[in-house]
Design a protein around this ligand. Structure first.
Ligand SMILES: C[S@@+](CC[C@H](N)C(=O)[O-])C[C@H]1O[C@@H](n2cnc3c(N)ncnc32)[C@H](O)[C@@H]1O
Length: 508
């Protein structure tokens, strides 16, 4: 069922409450720095199609100096987003229940330094994409950044028929709820696979892919596959649409995409190096890595900074480690597979980032790190930030307000853990990005805040009243004693694992 206002977009089931770190202002500015470009000091931020608004809500708490404006035409999602902002006392975020066309027609919006849209562009009609481009053309300040993600070709090409097969299956259950239609879609696809439909036997990976889809949350599957509009794009085609808003591509927001060594063989790099045009180069790069999903940053008015100016920005940037170094995998993944981090570079660097929040200038003042040279050190920092091992520390100015606001926001999230497991991220006032935290861990934090002597017993009291049960080896534990024992184990792991990281992130 579609409704008049949803224009074919899936509105029967609300989207998941995700957080995507590529939306973070500091990550976007860092990516601009890495590509040698000037980036704005953002004061206004707009998210188009914000879904549940959780990302914008988290970011508004960590960046109180920025005015956030976020829109989504699904009223149920906007209600939830506004409630959370109100519970957290966030006064720098406004949620709109506008379609892109309505948002475009508004005269009460500021111009924006950053406009972001995650998981939108491939899932809306030509007309809505044109509205988005026009909004960016009118509302993005010169020098402003756009973050945009989309399903990409050629990576999606092989699986496009699988999506179509599922849509055919859903059509056989027309009139049923979205859950019934998804079940029918998966069952049709499975039956075609079971009788060795040659699409499956001649398309490598499709059986596994179908298995993966079966394991994904239904709310995600509904929004990913069952919209009326669903278009993967070549990068060059998106770049051409963005050019109408005077935008140029500057970087991937997924920082590890920038590291050729883990994504491209030397021969592939050589072919790409011969291509002068950056749009064509990126489009061909997607053929080298068989890109399925791009996370692009475009700028309105690309200004390259001279090396000296870039170095000033680098010198001031502080970094910190946000993982336990002794447990970190010390590998990163790219299109070529998994690569080990060189110990002689990464061990001393991670040790330095574990002790405090050193700036690049301070790192360069350490002889062992200075010996690596500026470029290698910068690349290593990019890798650590890209892999989520290290974080970009926010400036000292405004830290008091930031801490107060993040505390209020995190308290609001944690209070929700009393009856819901939907919100699974807390925001760090130190690095302005989110840390994943499940409901049980949040209940331990709540027990701590309320001075409960026995945190596992506190958590079990809440969960059992909600009728929730813990799982062991995928099976629900039925007895109270087993649930409590499981919670005690989880609490031990929480104390030695998450608690020190929460402290380091300034969340507690
Ligand atoms: C796949 S979800 C992504 C949500 C969010 N950006 C995220 O990543 O969690 C796409 C969102 O776009 C919204 N949307 C689709 N078409 C829209 C339109 N024409 N105007 C406003 N919002 C729209 C939907 O309601 C939905 O919440």
């Amino acid at each position: 069922m579609t409704t008049d206002w949803s224009a074919g977009y899936m509105a029967e089931i609300s989207y998941t409450h995700g957080f995507y770190r590529e939306l973070t202002p500091s990550i976007l500015n860092f990516a601009a720095l890495l590509s040698g470009h000037r980036a704005p000091t953002p004061l206004t931020y707009c998210e188009l199609g914000c879904g549940q608004g959780y990302s914008s809500n988290l970011l508004a708490a960590a960046y109180p100096e920025i005015q956030f404006h976020a829109t989504d035409f699904n009223p149920a999602q906007v209600v939830g987003a506004r409630d959370l902002a109100a519970e957290a006392g966030s006064d720098n975020i406004t949620f709109y229940e506008d379609s892109f066309a309505e948002f475009l027609a508004r005269t009460d919006l500021p111009d924006f330094d950053i406009i972001s849209l995650h998981g939108i562009y491939s899932w809306v009609s030509d007309q809505h994409r044109a509205e988005i481009v026009e909004f960016i053309r009118r509302r993005l300040r010169p020098g402003g950044l756009v973050y945009i993600s989309y399903n990409t070709l050629p990576g999606w090409a092989a699986a496009m028929p699988l999506r179509r097969l599922m849509v055919e299956g859903a059509g056989m259950a027309a009139g049923q709820s979205i859950m019934g239609r998804i079940d029918q879609a998966l069952s049709l696809a499975e039956s075609v696979s079971a009788v060795n439909g040659r699409f499956f036997s001649t398309s490598p990976g499709m059986v596994d892919r179908l298995e993966r889809i079966k394991g994904q949350p239904r709310a995600y599957v509904a929004h990913e596959y069952f919209n009326q509009h669903w278009t993967p794009f070549y990068h060059g085609d998106v770049a051409a649409e963005m050019a109408k808003a005077k935008l140029n591509w500057i970087s991937s927001a997924h920082l590890l995409d920038r590291l050729d060594a883990i994504n491209l063989s030397p021969e592939q790099q050589q072919i790409l190096a011969q291509i002068g045009d950056v749009t064509r180069q990126e489009t061909l790069r997607d053929f080298m890595v068989n890109q399925q999903f791009r996370r692009d940053i475009f700028v309105k008015g690309a200004v390259r900074l001279p090396t000296g100016a870039l170095r000033v920005l680098w010198d001031a940037q502080r970094f910190m480690l946000s993982v336990d170094r002794t447990k970190a995998a010390m590998t990163v993944s790219g299109a070529l597979g998994e690569a080990s981090l060189q110990e002689e570079v990464y061990v001393p660097l991670m040790e330095a980032l574990e002790l405090g929040t050193p700036s690049f200038a301070e790192l360069m003042a350490q002889p062992a790190l200075a010996a690596l040279g500026v470029q290698r050190l910068q690349q290593a920092l990019m890798v650590l930030v890209g892999a989520g091992y290290a974080q970009l520390v926010l400036p000292e100015a405004g830290a008091d307000v930031r801490h107060r606001r993040c505390r209020a926001f995190n308290d609001a999230v944690i209070r929700r853990s009393l009856w819901s497991s939907e919100l699974q991220y807390l925001i760090s006032p130190i690095y302005g990005s989110a840390m994943v935290m499940d409901q049980v861990s949040q209940l331990f934090l709540l027990a701590r805040a309320e001075g409960a002597a026995d945190a596992p017993a506190f958590a079990w009291d809440v969960l059992s009243r909600n009728g929730q049960r813990l799982l062991r080896d995928g099976k629900a534990l039925l007895e109270d004693a087993d649930n409590l024992a499981e919670l005690r184990e989880k609490f031990m792991a929480f104390q030695s694992g998450a608690l020190p990281l929460l402290r380091r992130a300034g969340i507690i």
